[in-house]
Design a binder for this molecule. Structure first.
Ligand SMILES: [Zn+2]
Ligand SMILES: [Zn+2]
Length: 213
C-alpha cells in the first residue's frame, strides 16, 4: 500500500480504522478506548472539504469540519460558504470553528467545538468556556494524536497502527486540501490547488459579468 496523500489512500486509512475495531466519534463524546475523532481544519478550500466529506459519507464515516470565519482564502458567508455548510450537514458531519485567537465566538452555524488556527503554545491548550477545545484535555495528548500538517506525518502514516488497533483512541487531524489536490510535496500540492483556483476564479469573474474576451 502506498501512503500517498491521495483520496484513495485516505479511504484506505478510514477502512484501516474500521478494521482495527475503531468507531468514528465526534466531539460531543469524551475519548474512550475504540474511538477515532477525525478532525478537519479547513484552512484553504471549501471545495476540498466538500470533496473529502463526500468520500467519508460513502464509506460511512463521520467527522468534524472546522471552518474559518476569518479566512483570507474563502468566505464562509458567501453563497459558496452557505452551500458548504448545508452540504456538510446533509452528509452527517459536524461543524466547528477553526478560530483565529482570541476570537472563539460561535454562532448557530457551529457545533460547540473549536480548533485554533496556527496556535501558539501559551494559549493552545487552555480551556475555552462552554465549548470543546480540541487542543485541550481530554482530547489532546501526543500519544493519541496524529496530524498530516504540511503533508508530513511526524510519526509516519498511521494506517498500520490503526489497522492493528494500536492506539487506545485517536484524534486524527487531516487537512482536506492535501489529499484532494495532487502533488508529492506540500509545495506541489499548493501549486495544483492554485491552478484549480485560477480556473474557479475565471468562472466567478464571468458569473459576475466581467468581460474576459
Ligand atoms: Zn498509509
Ligand atoms: Zn489552520
Amino acid at each position: 500500500m502506498s501512503c500517498a496523500f491521495e483520496l484513495a489512500h485516505y479511504g484506505e486509512l478510514l477502512e484501516a480504522a474500521r478494521t482495527g475495531g475503531y468507531r468514528f466519534a465526534t466531539f460531543e463524546e469524551l475519548p474512550e478506548p475504540g474511538l477515532v475523532f477525525v478532525r478537519h481544519d479547513v484552512d484553504l478550500s471549501l471545495a476540498a472539504a466538500v470533496t473529502m466529506a463526500e468520500v467519508e459519507a460513502e464509506l460511512g464515516a463521520r467527522s468534524t469540519y472546522l471552518l474559518m470565519t476569518e479566512s483570507v482564502f474563502y468566505n464562509l458567508t458567501s453563497a459558496e460558504g452557505t452551500a458548504t455548510l448545508e452540504r456538510l450537514r446533509a452528509l452527517g458531519h459536524r461543524i466547528g470553528l477553526h478560530a483565529v485567537h482570541p476570537n472563539a465566538e460561535l454562532d448557530n452555524r457551529f457545533d460547540p467545538v473549536v480548533a485554533w488556527h496556527n496556535p501558539k503554545p501559551e494559549y493552545m491548550s487552555e480551556p475555552i468556556a462552554g465549548v470543546v477545545n480540541t487542543y485541550a484535555q481530554p482530547y489532546f495528548a501526543p500519544a493519541t494524536y496524529r496530524s498530516d500538517s504540511n503533508q508530513r506525518w511526524r510519526f509516519g502514516c498511521p494506517h498500520e497502527e490503526l489497522r492493528a488497533g494500536a492506539f487506545p483512541w485517536l484524534q486524527l487531524l487531516v487537512h482536506p486540501e492535501i489529499w484532494v489536490y495532487p502533488g508529492a510535496t506540500m509545495g506541489q500540492t499548493m501549486g495544483a490547488m492554485l491552478d484549480a483556483e485560477r480556473e474557479r476564479r475565471l468562472v466567478q469573474l464571468a458569473d459576475d459579468g466581467v468581460e474576459l474576451a
